[in-house]
Structures are given as C-alpha cells and as structure tokens.
Write a protein that binds this ligand. Structure first.
Ligand code: G3H
Ligand code: 13P
Ligand code: ZN
Length: 309
C-alpha cells in the first residue's frame, strides 16, 4: 500500500467521534514503536516530521523508514510535514513524497496567513497532497496572563469560515489553550471547549486539529526525576479533555512530548540499573518498547481509533 492522505481518515474520524493520532518521528526506533502499536491495534496513523526532524535525520531517511513501516504493517499511513514555515519548505516535502503538509502561518497577519496558505494549497492539491493550516496562536497560555492578551491568542471563531473558504485548506489547527512542550499549565488545565463548539457550528463536518496535546504522563515525569532528571512542574492536557475533543470536531491530535518523555525515562532508568552497559541496542530496545506501549494506550484510551484502519 502506498502512503495515503488524511482525507478519508478525517471523514471517518469525524463521523465516528474519534481522532487520528499524529505522532512526531525522528528516528527508526520511534517509527518502529509507533507503527508496531498501530499494527497491533489496527489503527490508522499520521506520522509527522518537523523541520528539526528533517535536519536531524534527513528527509530521505525518514521517508524510506516510513515506507518500510508501511511494508511491514500494511497500515494506511499518512506522512505529514509538521509546522511548515514557508511555501518552499512545503513544496520540498510535497516534491519529496509527503502526502500532507502543514503551513503554519499563525505568526503572520490574517491576510498574509490566507495568502501563504492559499499558495501552498494550490501547489499541494494539484499533486494530490492535503494541507493543514493554523489560525490563532498556540502558546504557553498561563493563568497569570491578563484576559485580553490571553483571548488574543485563541482562535477567533468569527474568522474561520472566511479563512477556510478563501484558502481551500483541508484541515485547521486551532488554539483553545493547549501549548507545545512539557510545561503547559501552572494551575488546573483549561481548554476553551466553547470556542471549539462555536468553530464546529461555523464549519460543520470540517476536521479540526489539536496541537500541543501531550498529557505529559506523570509516571514518565516521575521516572525521569527518580533517575536523576529535574522536571518539576511538568504538566499536560488531561486525557479526558482529549477524549472530549476527539468526540467533537477534532480529528487529528498531535503528540510529541509524551514520546520524548517515555523514551528518556526508559533510557535513564536503564542506565541507572545497568551502569556498565554501552551497546545502544540494549537501551534503545526498551525505549522502543516504551513508545509502543504509550502509543497503544493513546490509540485505545485517548484517541478511540483502535480497529479503525
Ligand atoms: O510542535 C513541535 C513538535 O514537538 C516538533 O518539535 O521542532 O523540536 O522537532 P521539534
Ligand atoms: P506536544 O508538545 O504537546 O507533544 O505537541 C506536539 C505538537 O503539537 C507537534 O506539532
Ligand atoms: Zn504543533
């Protein structure tokens, strides 16, 4: 089976009230851990590659590793550029075999965001590739920030119809309070489900994307701290909130930090218990298994996409 786009995946996910996991990949063990979990759960998958991942692992290596995963699993897998920052970067991934790209124009003005997104959409659609854009600014939105600044970062539901109509974009990432990384909330987690609901009303049937959606699983943070790490105050999006989002218009949930935590916690523990070992397979093997266990958990208990491939 060749790489697929996310079009059918999103249609079924929207109708079925679940979401597709979009997991960031940077090397072979991460790709193997994720795809082995998806195979066991018979789940559709989006594997996404950031600019940093392309720089670290090389575009061709990542494409070939993902192709190898399709060969091994027979699963529908979509290969997506995460946070593309320019038309050129998106073009390079489209020309290089990706089936989906994100153009992240969220740092531009509304008009410039429309302009660059439209340009990417025209190029991508002519080549059978789908496009995700972002409206609103995802950030570390904290309790301490005053309300007007805080609201300014959220996606404005009044803008979504115009944005989607003018650009023709296939899915939209929105800002409702999630943020990237392992330190998302100081106090209790808060997501603006009212904004999501309003956007869903304005764009019925249209797939919404949630970035910054790691739960920052406490067991892994504790393990990191137990074995010499220092991650006080790390906090993510509670799983019940993600399940709720998945039952609404959210069809794609982005997860990277949880994978990093699972891998790092496992490797820290391994070296604490086996200080004389030095064969990379001895610590990367358990790290790969930790990724697999984590992804199975997400597919079954958070995304609800087990059995949907
Ligand atoms: O949203 C960002 C992803 O977690 C990718 O992170 O740019 O460090 O690869 P990265
Ligand atoms: P996390 O940092 O919450 O895993 O978010 C990842 C992400 O949004 C990738 O685009
Ligand atoms: Zn993101």
């Amino acid at each position: 089976m060749p790489l697929v786009t996310s079009k059918d995946m999103f249609k079924k996910a929207y109708e079925g009230g679940y979401a597709i996991g979009a997991f960031n990949v940077n090397n072979m063990e991460i790709i193997q851990g994720i795809t082995e979990a998806a195979k066991e759960e018979n789940a559709p998958l989006i594997l996404q590659v950031s600019a940093g991942a392309r720089k670290y692992a090389n575009h061709t290596y990542l494409v070939k590793l993902v192709e190898a995963a399709i060969h091994e699993t027979g699963l529908p897998i979509c290969l997506h550029l995460d946070h593309g920052d320019s038309f050129e970067q998106c073009k390079s991934c489209i020309d290089g075999g990706f089936t989906s790209v994100m153009i992240d124009g969220s740092h531009h003005s509304f008009e410039e965001n429309i302009e660059v997104t439209k340009k990417v959409v025209e190029y991508a659609h002519a080549r059978g590739v789908v496009v995700e854009a972002e409206l609103g600014k995802l950030a570390g939105i904290e309790d301490a920030v005053n309300v007007s600044e805080k609201d300014a970062a959220f996606t404005d539901p009044n803008q979504v119809e115009e944005f989607v109509t003018k650009t023709g974009v296939d899915s939209l990432a929105i800002a409702i309070g999630t943020s990237h990384g392992a330190y998302k909330f100081k106090g209790a987690a808060q997501l603006r489900f009212d904004i999501l609901e309003e956007i869903q009303k304005r764009l019925p049937g249209y797939p919404i994307v949630l970035h910054g959606a790691s739960s920052v699983i406490p067991e892994y943070v504790d393990m990191i701290n137990q074995f010499g790490g220092q991650m006080p105050g790390a906090k993510g999006v509670p799983e019940d909130m993600l399940r709720k989002a998945a039952s609404m218009a959210v069809c794609k949930i982005n997860i990277d930090s949880d994978l990093r935590l699972a891998m790092t916690a496992t490797i820290r523990k391994y070296f604490a218990e086996n200080p004389s070992h030095f064969d990379p397979r001895q610590y990367l093997g358990p790290a790969r298994t930790a990724i697999k266990d984590l992804v199975r958990h997400k597919l079954v208990h958070v995304l609800g996409c087990s059995g949907k491939a």
